[in-house]
Design a protein around this ligand. Structure first.
Ligand SMILES: CC(C)(COP(=O)(O)OP(=O)(O)OC[C@H]1O[C@@H](n2cnc3c(N)ncnc32)[C@H](O)[C@@H]1OP(=O)(O)O)[C@@H](O)C(=O)NCCC(=O)NCCS
Length: 165
């Protein structure tokens, strides 16, 4: 059985490795960005761990920061604003060998639960950028499609989606 908990500093290299596996070079977070997120906003960095013989292995992660923006901007990806009203999701990654088992949705629901119950101050919205084929995945977890984003991160077309808490 998998479990979800906050990512620890000692696990940053595993997160970077999973980013490399899951994203093309122009979309993945650098080791520095991951380190900053874990150091500055540890409560918003979730790891999904599967049991192995003697320990557990990271097979998925969700990384987010606080932001004052209503939508994800390139700036918000590398900057955590502790007093920002909102939470922005920047990465959702599941190891290719463990996909289509509902794990991405489990990570999103865990973030929603934590934002509702434990993250302080309680955020107003969770915002993210989606590629068109994944809009459905986020709608299934309660996100609303807001339209095409002004953000052209990595030279791509993205869609703004928000979840109201
Ligand atoms: C996108 C990703 C996180 C989904 O992980 P997952 O654990 O397989 O997702 P789930 O099992 O929770 O699937 C949820 C739904 O999304 C759909 N889905 C997943 N990946 C999809 C894709 N690439 N294209 C279209 N639909 C997709 C599934 O069909 C599923 O829908 P269903 O429940 O109606 O059948 C995973 O494929 C991944 O890591 N991709 C590379 C990184 C990425 O693109 N991340 C998202 C942007 S930050």
């Amino acid at each position: 059985m998998v479990n979800i908990r906050n990512i620890e500093k000692s696990e940053i290299k595993q997160v970077a490795h999973l980013e490399d596996l899951c994203f093309p070079e122009n979309e993945r977070a650098s080791l520095k960005t991951i380190t900053d997120r874990v150091s500055q906003a540890s409560e918003l960095q979730l790891g999904l761990f599967a049991p192995t013989k003697h320990t557990t292995t990271l097979i998925g992660h969700l990384m987010a920061t606080r932001t004052s923006s209503e939508s994800v901007t390139v700036d918000s990806m590398s900057k955590h604003e502790p007093t920002g009203n909102n939470v922005a999701i920047h990465s959702l990654s599941i190891h290719p060998a463990h996909r289509s088992r509902g794990y991405a949705k489990q990570l999103i629901k865990e973030l929603q639960f934590r934002c509702e119950k434990t993250v302080s101050p309680k955020p107003r919205i969770i915002t993210l950028l989606a590629h068109k084929p994944l809009i459905h995945l986020y709608e299934e977890t309660g996100f609303k499609l807001m339209g095409e984003s002004a953000c052209k991160f990595g030279g791509d077309t993205w869609y703004d989606m928000i979840y109201e808490l």
